[in-house]
Write a protein of this length. Sequence first.
Length: 309
Amino acid sequence: MPLKLGSLALAPLFGVALGLGFPPYDFWFLSFGAITGLLIVSFRLTWGWRLLIWWVAGSSFFLFLMPWLRVVGSDAWVAASLALALWWALASIGVGLVMRLPAAPIWLASVLTSFEILKSRWPFDGFPWGQFAYPLSETFLANYLPFVASLGLTWVGLLICSSIAWVLRPSNLASQAAKWPWLVTAGALWLLPLPLGVITQSSSEASQTRGSIDVAMIQGNVPEPGLDFNSRRQQVLNNHLDLSGQLAKQIREGLSVKPDLVIWPENSSDIDPLASQSVNAAISEIVDELDAPTLVGAVVQDSSDPLAQ
């Protein structure tokens, strides 16, 4: 029981440590420690305790990672965090199924990566927040990205964690000699980005085109916090139109540099501009005023939606 309660006490720390690896903190090495530590304690736990501890760790992680959801509402922030942590609880079941298999670190990394894929696909087309590749993408391990993409980087990072955890697992699970191949594996995966970086840098320098562009970022915001901002889609759109109009005026008056590109954020038009003629005309008019390519973050809906008319 002391081991189980101690692991439960550590679970929130694992979650927060993992969160500290993400922007704006970027203590990416803590992310490795969090996953490795969670796997190490998992080797000693029963199914029920493992599920509970992974859910607590996951809840702490998402609560730490997503305070920005409070702009929608504190209830949405807490509910989304606890719900997303259920994927971690399910992942703990997968961990329990494969942790004693031959080549267990590979199985562990594959199971955890698979649950990240599932979380990014379901429900509602998924929630990709908190992928393990994010904190790693700003480190030397990012040299893997051109070869394996973000999910591959997630798998590599998790394989390093699971290999170290396997080396440090309770000795009664296997002989001491069986641990060393995985220490070599973790070391090799850690060092491989060095030659990969030379390859990618040489390729980048050979094809690099130097120069710069001016980009205008439009952030019109929502009328006020709350879950019902979706019901005021026209107001959100108007905010972005008005702010873009102010920029166009400043350009005409010589108070601002004419941008090479204008970007509106996601959900800046929740009314489908492909289905609504009035919205299409309003956005087209402001783009003509800006006289610059404009990327609009729009929700494309079914043309039969009455709110899109």
